[in-house]
Design a protein around this ligand. Structure first.
Ligand code: CA
Length: 655
């Protein structure tokens, strides 16, 4: 109300008055945005003041690096304007005490100090968006992995850090207040899982938390005071934090959590954990950070946290629609499955590439303007950052493409309240990999698994672009992988065919632990001759055939099996042995076809773990013939007698 009055008085006197609230023209739409192509099921009961926000802490560095943002009509546009017009009603900004080295070089990650926060806050306020201030109480990134005190506080006791926190937070908030920034919420610390500003006991941490809260209450009594933690999936930890906060009698309003579905468990768990805190401790709750990838590809030549080959949970496809479905489900969970859920903030949705050409070109900008996640100057404070510094690690989770044009997912901030149930269609097709035996049949699947834009799963018929001749070539083309493209539900489908060599020997590596179906023909009187389980003595797996004899001239046996049902063709056979103390030996593998020898190849034993492998190749087999494969072992022994291990028989087509 105050703002309207000032606006009117400014109009009446015909000029803008200095020192009064600047003109606010909220650009946030109060109706549904039409024309979106993404599917979104309406979230019921979203309160009018529910925070649907975005963290854009890197924006000033991005702009200085030359990044341009566009609106949905393709016109270059101020980022704050685009966001407000898309329904973003809250902007979050991180604040580091002093993210610069002694020569004034920024540590990166937006070089976000309080001055940057003031500028971001003013621009947000101007278009009707409120601000969340995220004090890390550190000179650079604070998260569950590190909560380093600012350099100026390093030698302070916990109590002194409390005083420093009070002074710093108070002074910072006064700057925001003086700039007429509309601050909705202030958080004391960022992802403070068990530590803050270099302190990690509640006895010490309480000084910092309490001082932060006191400063916020004094300067901005209307703003909410929040604490923020990061691992809801760790059973019991949030309840323990809330309990400790209650024990130290911290005056706060909001218990906030990060929620990245890649690592942070299910939404069911999140709902349960935050709701019990809301009920038990009477706190408001919210998701302070979330985001989702629209692609696995990196676009700024600096690797991403969520990229190819990583280990993480992927509950939605990496598509623009996947981003919408993730955000929608998080909002639904916070609104409808928690008491007093007050908001969801999308993290760094505009942190895109600063250039299209090369790492070198981008790196120059990241270093100069702090538009990457860290610069080399951060080394003195944060050794990891100094080592791995680079660009955006979340450009594939932005809500803008690498060209600065908004993705359709940006509209979700508005649409989540209204829904946008466009016709259901396929959004992503699951890649398939199938293994086939060489010379066997290749059967292509007739359907593929699809995720639809409404997040339902279904099987869709697929057409593969491959000819009979190409399949025939794969059948006989050796051990190889092939990629077949196809089409399902209007989308590309991909099938990887993995041609493998089928080993026609049964129990080829003795992994059944039994001899069967091998036949043992024992002509000697060995002390030991059996299938043995011992990983260190096996060529593959953990079993092998073992022999040992104390006496000389006592090792004399054969081991063989029959293979039937072969198609006519040319084959090869191999087997491996190691051992020692053998004296004179006669060891060879052999192949019989219908009882007639078709080839043999010699082997020798020398010493421990020196495996010798022999091959018999070019074995011609006719339809219906029986092949016998085996190994003949005869050792005269020396000293303590011969010993050895036999493993890994292979009988395959010989190309
Ligand atoms: Ca990147």
């Amino acid at each position: 109300m105050k703002k309207t009055v000032c606006f009117l008085s400014a109009l009446m006197i015909g000029v803008m008055c200095f020192g009064c609230v600047p003109k606010i023209e909220s650009l946030i739409p109060t109706e549904k945005l039409e024309g979106a192509s993404v599917f979104i099921k309406k979230v019921e009961n979203v309160p009018d003041d529910f925070m649907l926000g975005m963290d854009i802490s890197s924006v000033l560095s991005q702009e200085k690096s030359g990044v341009k943002y566009y609106d949905f009509d393709g016109n270059e546009c101020d980022l704050f304007t685009v966001l407000a017009k898309s329904g973003v009603n809250t902007i979050r900004v991180r604040v580091w005490n002093d993210p610069f080295d002694e020569n004034g070089n920024g540590f990166g990650g937006g070089n976000c100090d309080i001055n940057a926060a003031v500028e971001i806050g003013k621009r947000a306020t101007k278009v009707g968006m409120r601000l969340i201030v995220d004090f890390h109480l550190s000179d650079f990134w604070a998260d569950p992995g590190k909560q380093t005190a600012p350099r100026a506080w390093m030698d302070m006791t916990a109590e002194e850090k409390g005083d420093a926190t009070y002074g710093y937070v108070k002074e910072s908030l006064e700057k925001l207040k003086a700039a007429k920034v509309d601050v909705a919420l202030v958080q004391i610390g960022n992802e403070t899982d068990g530590a803050i500003a270099g302190e990690n006991t509640w006895e010490n941490m309480q000084y910092i938390f309490k001082a932060g809260s006191k400063a916020i209450r004094e300067v901005l009594p209307e703003a909410l005071v929040a604490v923020h933690f990061a691992n809801p999936e760790k059973a019991g930890t949030y309840m323990a934090y809330a309990h400790s906060l209650s024990e130290i009698e911290l005056d706060y309003d909001v218990f906030a959590s990060s929620y990245y579905p890649f690592w942070h468990g299910t939404l069911d768990n999140l709902a349960k954990v935050l709701n019990s805190i809301a009920i038990t401790y009477g706190k408001k709750v919210m998701v302070m950070e979330t985001s989702y990838a629209f692609t696995e590809e990196d676009t700024d030549f600096s690797g991403n946290t969520i990229g190819e080959g990583g280990t993480f949970t992927k509950p939605y496809p990496f598509t623009v629609q996947g981003q919408v479905n993730e955000f929608r489900d998080v909002v639904d969970t916070v609104v409808n499955r928690m008491r007093d859920g007050i908001g969801v903030i999308y993290w760094e949705g505009a942190w895109i590439t600063v250039g299209q050409n090369s790492w070198e070109e981008n790196s120059e900008l990241w270093e100069k303007y702090g538009s990457g996640w860290a610069t080399r100057f951060a080394a003195a404070y944060d050794p990891d950052a100094g080592k791995y510094y680079g660009g955006s690690a979340v450009d594939n989770q932005a809500l803008f493409g690498p060209d600065g044009k908004p993705l359709e997912s940006l509209r979700m901030f508005n649409l989540v309240k209204y829904g946008n149930e466009v016709p259901v269609k396929a959004d992503a097709i699951e890649d398939i990999t199938l293994s086939f035996d060489l010379y066997g049949e290749i059967t292509l699947p007739g359907t593929v698994k699809a995720v639809m834009n409404d997040d339902s799963k279904t099987e869709l018929p697929v057409v593969w672009n491959v000819t009979e001749a190409e399949l025939a070539n794969m059948r006989t083309g050796g051990v190889k992988k092939y990629r077949i493209e196809g089409e399902a539900g209007g989308l590309a489908a991909r099938l990887t065919i993995d041609m493998v060599e089928h080993n026609l020997v049964m129990n080829d590596s003795f992994e059944t632990g039994q001899l069967d179906p091998w036949r043992l023909i024992d002509r000697g009187h060995e002390n030991e001759l059996y299938v043995e389980k011992k990983l260190s003595d096996s060529l593959s797996g953990q079993y092998h055939m073992h022999f040992w004899s104390a006496a000389e001239d006592s090792v004399d046996f054969s081991l063989e099996q029959d293979i039937t049902g072969l198609e006519a063709g040319t084959y090869k056979f191999s087997m491996s042995i190691m051992g020692g103390d053998s004296g004179e030996t006669e060891i060879y593998i052999y192949v019989l076809v219908d009882g007639v020898e078709a080839g043999r190849a010699p082997l020798k034993i020398t010493y421990y773990n020196e495996w010798d492998t022999a091959w018999v190749t070019g074995i011609v087999v006719g339809e219906g013939q029986t092949v016998t494969v085996g190994i003949f072992v005869k050792c005269h022994g020396a000293g303590a007698g011969a010993w050895g291990k036999i493993d890994d028989a292979k009988f395959n087509h010989d190309n």
